[in-house]
Design a protein around this ligand. Structure first.
Ligand code: GLN
Length: 474
């Protein structure tokens, strides 16, 4: 049982992680993937008890997940220097699995953005082309994996913030089912859409990361109580079958190709990469069926009402009294105003938008309508999965990584999330993996499955990864 042979070079030990970090991170033109690092980090309790699944594996954490001993800034001036008194469940579980937390990674402020340019601490650069963005909002984690500093990193997703940067950096990004991973200690953006997600250099790495962090948590009332499957075993079974005598490991698997995700205007070179991946799925024995998800066009408007609405409420706590760096002022009201004036432009825009759509008189017109659209999108997926489609294959993003500074108007940035936000609205698991290149820039293919089907998703992703081999990076 061997991992795919095209596996990119990536640090597997903490010493290697620092060696790579020093090459790619520092100085002008450095990646700026990390906001904090812990050179003294070691695995917990090394040498005692049985070996653990991530013993000694260097891991990076998006800086909106609370960590002990390192700041948790959310890429915001408001939380500059803030050190959490408790740790996120996902981070604690990684440590308990033996992982070494080497640092905290850069992000768009509070997870709001698609390029990591909305970080208060400067943009992250894409390791494959340093003049380009890595995607976002978990751009630092994606870049850290793509640069080979760590094989596994945590990110978060509200509308694609793991899958889209994974696609643009040429790595694997997984968003599990809503509730599969505890949100305890994940700083809230839009709670009904927020997920902890995992980046991996390979599908197997993502599966190992998910295994360590998945499962019920009494500290998160929305965490799922259903049993956790063996994700690494699901991936290993894919390697065993697709490399061996079984020529059709996906026989009986029905993959849907939703027509709304292959619109007429889609870049034909990007579409070609996706069609090649679909051809590989057919080679593996899967049946590819053209399907329709008719409410897909409602996803962006619904998301950009629901997410800001929840954000405006979640971010009310940064008032300089209990949370947030307090701006000096002579009285309470100017203190609030100056403290909250430290939010960057995108966060401010979301708070204003969210407050507007929730206000009396507009609630029915916007928020309630958006909730109805969300339900319609979820039922589109449910209908297909009930009809025997086990998996959907789509592009992860409609473009490759843009140049730094190119995505200036918010509306075009929002539209770029069109293929990723539906899975967040529906809460279904989805993964992005590299399926090719356009002008040297990575293209991601997305697989989506029904609630709770991460093991199947990862097995099929691993089969596809292996079948594509070096093609995934060409
Ligand atoms: N780009 C989307 C947004 O700005 C998604 C962000 C995310 O998933 N955290 O809201």
């Amino acid at each position: 049982m061997n991992p795919p042979s095209h596996q990119p070079a990536v640090a597997r030990t903490v010493a290697d992680a620092w060696a790579r970090f020093d090459v790619v991170h520092a100085g002008p033109g450095g990646l700026n993937a990390f906001l904090a690092q812990d050179r003294s980090a070691r695995a917990l309790g090394t040498g005692e008890g049985p070996p653990r699944p991530l013993d000694g594996v260097p891991v990076a954490i998006k800086d909106n997940l609370a960590t002990l001993g390192l700041p948790t800034t959310c890429g915001s001036r408001l939380l500059e220097g803030y050190v959490s008194p408790y740790e996120a469940t996902a981070v604690r579980r990684l440590r308990e699995a033996g992982a070494v937390i080497v640092g905290k990674t850069n992000l768009d402020e509070f997870g709001m953005g698609s390029t990591t340019e909305f970080s208060a601490f400067g943009p992250t650069r894409n390791p494959l082309d340093r003049e380009r963005v890595p995607g976002g909002s978990s751009g630092g984690s994606a870049a850290a994996v793509a640069a080979g500093v760590v094989p596994v990193a945590l990110g978060s997703e509200t509308g694609g913030s793991v899958r889209q940067p994974a696609a643009w950096c040429g790595v694997v990004g997984l968003k599990p089912t809503y509730g599969r991973v505890s949100r305890y200690g994940l700083v809230a953006y839009a709670s009904s859409l927020d997920h902890v997600g995992v980046f991996g250099a390979t599908v197997a790495d993502a599966a190992r990361g998910l295994q360590a962090i998945a499962g019920e948590d009494p500290a998160d009332a929305t965490s799922l109580t259903t049993p956790v499957a063996d994700y690494p075993a699901a991936v290993a079974s894919a390697w065993a079958t697709s490399g061996g005598s079984d020529q059709a490991p996906l026989a009986g698997v029905v993959v849907g190709r939703p027509r709304e995700y292959f619109p007429e205007g889609l870049d034909p070179r990007l579409a070609d990469c996706c069609e090649r991946a679909l051809a590989r799925l057919r080679d593996l024995g899967a049946t590819v069926r053209d399907v329709t998800l008719p409410h897909t066009a409602l996803a962006i408007p619904a998301y950009y009402i629901i997410a800001p609405a929840e954000a405006s409420s979640n971010l009310a706590r940064y008032d300089g009294v209990r949370y947030g760096r307090r701006a000096p002022a002579e009285a309470l009201r100017p203190m609030y105003e100056r403290t909250r004036a430290q939010f960057g432009p995108e966060v401010t825009r979301r708070i204003l938008l969210g407050t507007y759509v929730l206000s009396a008189g507009y609630y029915d017109a916007y928020y309630r309508q958006a909730q109805r659209a969300r339900a319609a999108i979820a039922s589109d997926f449910a209908r297909l999965f009930a009809q025997g489609v086990q998996l959907l294959f789509t592009p992860t993003a409609p473009t490759t990584a843009p140049r730094l500074g190119a995505l200036t108007d918010p509306y075009s940035m929002y539209l770029g999330d069109c293929f990723t936000v539906p899975a967040n609205l529906a809460g279904i698991p989805a993964v992005s993996l590299p399926v090719g290149r356009v002008e040297g820039l990575p293209v991601g293919g997305q697989l989506m499955a029904a609630h709770g089907e991460e093991a199947r998703l990862l097995r099929i992703a691993a089969c596809l990864e292996r079948a594509l081999g070096a093609e995934a990076h060409q």
